[in-house]
Write a protein that binds this ligand. Structure first.
Ligand code: FAD
Length: 461
C-alpha cells in the first residue's frame, strides 16, 4: 500500500489554520503538520482582554460580502457568536474639520448626487471635476495601471486626495498612485467599460439598502473578538501542530521537500508545502531558488495602532458616528481613528470610551521607532485638534506591525502569476499563499487556503 502523503503547512495565521481546517473537513487523503514560529496561533489576529475591554491589536472584523469568512464561522458552529458592526456616519478629516462621508458614496465614488454636491468636503471646482465622470472617455488600459491614475482621470484630484485615497489606504496602507488597479479594484474598470461612467455604473448596480440611510453594518466579528475564530479553528483541528517551531529552510530532494526546523535533530519531509509566512520570510526559507527573489522583494508598509480607553467624561463632543479617516496631504500623523465603543459597543464597558487610532504610512514609517508613550502622545495631540480629549487615558495598548502590509503595486498580479508558473515548473507541490499574493483581507486569505486545499484534494483523489 502506498504511504500516506505528508503536507507541511508553514505559518499558523488565518491562512495556515484555514488550510489545515479544510484539509481535515474535506478528508484529504494525507497527513497534515502545521509549523508556527511564535508561541501563539492566529498570526496577525491578536485580541487582548483588559479591564472589561476587548481590544484587537490586528484585524478587528471581516467583510460579510466576501462570503468565505462567514461560512467558516458557521462551519465551526460559531454562527451564534457573530456580531455585526453598528451603523453610523463615517467622517473624513480634511482641512482640520470632520466632514461626514457623503451619503451613498461607494469607496468614495458618489452614487447619490445631492449629498455629494452639498458636501463641504469638496470645493465647487472639485465637484465639477468629479461630475466629468459622466462624459470622460473610457480608460485606455494596456495591462495594468495605478488606482490613482484611474480615479484621478475620472473624478479629479480633489475627490481622490480627500476621499478615495484615505479609504483605500485604510485597507492597503499604501500610495494610491502606485497601487495596482487590476489587483485591487478590477470591478471599477469593468464598470467603466460597461456603463461608460463610474457614477452611472454604481447607481445602476449598488443595492438600494447599501446607499440608503437604513443600511446595516457591513462588517462582522465574534463575541470575544477574532480570537474566538482562532480558538474555534485550533479546537477543531486534529493535525500535528507545532507552535514555537520555526521552519528555517525548504529544499527539494529526490522529488520530496525537506524542511529544516529550528531545534529539530532530523529534518521534516513532505510531499506538499503550503507556505503562508510573510513573503520576506518565505524568500529566506526558499533562498536556494533564485526565481523566488524577484517577487519576494515586494515592499510592505509598517503600521502601528493605539487603542486608548477613557472614562466617557474625558472625551467630549464626539460626533455621532463610528470614526474617521484622514485625507491625504493633511498635517496629521494619525491616518484614521475608530470610535470603537460606537462601532463595536460590545468591546467597551458602560461609562467608557475606546478609541483606536492608526499611524504609519509610506513616508512616515519611522513613527514606529518612537516609544509607546511618544506614539500615544502624538496620537492624543492629533485628536485634540479636532475633539475634546481631557485627562489621561485609563490605559493604552500600542501595537507595531513591521512590514505587515504588502504593497500590490502596478503589475502585481502578473508577478504573482509568473511566480506560480515557476513554482509549478520547478517546485511542484509548493504553494505560496496569504496576504502578499491574492488579496489582503481575512476572507481573501481564506479563499486562497481553500483553493489550495481543492488543488491538493484533486491531486490526491
Ligand atoms: P499572518 O497572520 O502574518 O501569519 C503568518 C504566520 O507565519 C505568523 O503566525 C508567523 O508567526 C508565522 N511564521 C513566520 N515565520 C515563520 C517560520 N519561519 N516558520 C513558521 N512560522 C512562521 N483584514 C481584514 O479582513 N479585516 C481587518 O479589519 C484587517 N485589519 C488589519 C489590521 C492590521 C493592523 C493588519 C496588520 C492587518 C489587517 N488586516 C485586516 C489584514 C489581515 O489581518 C491579514 O492579511 C491576515 O491576517 C494575514 O494572515 P496570514 O495567515 O496570511 O499571515
Amino acid at each position: 500500500m502506498a504511504e500516506r502523503k505528508q503536507i507541511a503547512i508553514i505559518g499558523g495565521g488565518i491562512t495556515g489554520l484555514t488550510a489545515a481546517y479544510y484539509m481535515q473537513k474535506q478528508n484529504v487523503n494525507a497527513d497534515v503538520t502545521l509549523f508556527e514560529a511564535s508561541n501563539q496561533l492566529g498570526g496577525k489576529i491578536s485580541t487582548v482582554e483588559r479591564d472589561g475591554f476587548t481590544i484587537e491589536r490586528g484585524p478587528d472584523s471581516f467583510l460579510e460580502r466576501k462570503k468565505t469568512a462567514k461560512e467558516l464561522v458557521h462551519d465551526l458552529g460559531l454562527g451564534n457568536h457573530l456580531i455585526r458592526s453598528a451603523t453610523g456616519k463615517a467622517f473624513i478629516l480634511s482641512q482640520d474639520q470632520l466632514h461626514p462621508m457623503p451619503a451613498g458614496a461607494v469607496m468614495g465614488v458618489p452614487t447619490d448626487l445631492k449629498p455629494f454636491v452639498r458636501s463641504a468636503l469638496f470645493t465647487t471646482s472639485g465637484k465639477l471635476n468629479a461630475l466629468k465622470d459622466f462624459v470622460t472617455s473610457r480608460t485606455d488600459v494596456d495591462g495594468d495601471i495605478s488606482v490613482g491614475h484611474f480615479f484621478r482621470r475620472r473624478l479629479g484630484d480633489q475627490v481622490v486626495d480627500r476621499l478615495i485615497h484615505p479609504l483605500i489606504s485604510g485597507i492597503y496602507a499604501g500610495n494610491i498612485d502606485d497601487l495596482s488597479l487590476k489587483a485591487t479594484f478590477p470591478h471599477f474598470l469593468q464598470m467603466e467599460n460597461k456603463y461608460g461612467s463610474l457614477i452611472r455604473g454604481l447607481q445602476k448596480t449598488t443595492p438600494k439598502q447599501q446607499t440608503s440611510g437604513n443600511k446595516q453594518g457591513m462588517f462582522l466579528t465574534l463575541e470575544g473578538g477574532l480570537k474566538t475564530l482562532v480558538n474555534g479553528l485550533t479546537d477543531a483541528l486534529e493535525c500535528d501542530m507545532h507552535t514555537g517551531t520555526q521552519v528555517e529552510q525548504v529544499s527539494k530532494q529526490d522529488g520530496r521537500y525537506v524542511l529544516d526546523v529550528a531545534g529539530w535533530d532530523e529534518p521534516f519531509e513532505a510531499d506538499y508545502v503550503i507556505a503562508t509566512t510573510p513573503h520576506q520570510v518565505t524568500a529566506q526559507m526558499f533562498s536556494d531558488y533564485a526565481f523566488m527573489r524577484d517577487f519576494q522583494q515586494t515592499k510592505s508598509t509598517s503600521v502601528a495602532n493605539v487603542a486608548m480607553a477613557f472614562d466617557e467624561d474625558s472625551v467630549k463632543n464626539l460626533p455621532d458616528g463610528t470614526g474617521f479617516v484622514v485625507s491625504r496631504k493633511e498635517g496629521y500623523r494619525i491616518t484614521a481613528c475608530t470610535w470603537t465603543h460606537k462601532k463595536w459597543p460590545h468591546t467597551t464597558p458602560d461609562g467608557s470610551v475606546l478609541l483606536r487610532a492608526y499611524v504609519g504610512k509610506p513616508g512616515d514609517e519611522d513613527v514606529l521607532d518612537l516609544s509607546d508613550d511618544e506614539i500615544a502622545d502624538l496620537v492624543i495631540g492629533d485628536l485634540k485638534k479636532i475633539m475634546t480629549v481631557e485627562g489621561e487615558p485609563k490605559f493604552y495598548v500600542v501595537t507595531r506591525w513591521y512590514d505587515a502590509m504588502p504593497q500590490y503595486t502596478v503589475g502585481h498580479l502578473d508577478r504573482v502569476e509568473a511566480l506560480e508558473k515557476q513554482l509549478e515548473a520547478e517546485l511542484p507541490g509548493v504553494y505560496l499563499i496569504g496576504n502578499a499574493y491574492r488579496g489582503v483581507g481575512l476572507p481573501d486569505c481564506m479563499d486562497q487556503a481553500i483553493r489550495t486545499v481543492k488543488t491538493i484534494e484533486s491531486l490526491e483523489s
